[in-house]
Design a protein around this ligand. Sequence first.
Ligand code: RIB
Length: 309
Amino acid sequence: MTIAVVGSINLDIVTRSPRLPKAGETLHGSSYATFLGGKGCNQAVAASRLGSTTHFIGRVGQDGFGQEALTQLASFGVSRQYVQIDEKTATGIAVIGVDANAENAITVIGGANMALDESDIQRALEPLQAADILLLQLEIPMAVCEGAARLAHNNGATVIFDPAPAPKEGLPDSLLGMIDIITPNESETYSLTGILPTNALEAEKAANALHDKGVKAAIIKLGAHGVFYSGYGTQGFVKPFKVEAIDSVAAGDCFNAGLAHSLDCAKAINSESFAEAVRYAAACGALATTKHGAAPAAPYAEEVHKLLG
Ligand code: RIB
């Protein structure tokens, strides 16, 4: 069983301050660090660290940040074979502020990630056609997501889609119809359905709206309030795991990687394995908040099993 991830790879510049600055304000922070990041790359590192055979398809620029990102990617055990070096565009970066409550605010400059095109899919046909699960997010062009989803869908793979960052123009019906599992957070759910999922009832309404759009299963991430899931003949709610959160960056990415890994380990996706995978994913997301940075915050399988009890 293998997982393919088509998505972004960034160098993250992360500052820590007691709180996030307001518009027009200059604030003294306490420290900063650089980490490997990008929603796609974080998902690939996390799925691989959990034990799934994982292929990452992305792009960096021909610059120092790109070299640094590739070196770090390899150090996390993910092959750089399907990461194209773009001679015309700079490596993607993210400038991230993290406050004392572990909350974050992110500005992403997509750079080479937004230059991904059909050629990246063609270069990676082998792992994409072999994948049982495809992980997608939206820090790359929508057309590339659609192309990769079509390939995976036609090959019978499970397409897990994180609509982050939320697209202003919504998602095309053609893409929605190929998504097996969608995983929006509260604001992404609002932007896709017009429903703000402030409680389980509203989350259920939003999930039903997503089903109506053609998505098989919806997992609504409610941050510190837990996770609502609906699909594969089951619905339920996973309460948040209690952990010492210091940095919420990449928690959503580790959630999706955990979901994919758990489903990858299951013999078939049914109501039981789906519900179990959501719980596993929630544990992965929670553990990611206990460590600094994006890709380096990915949990190990032993940590997840310990938290699941
Ligand atoms: O989801 C967290 C990620 O979002 C960061 O690693 C940053 O690069 C942005 O893409």
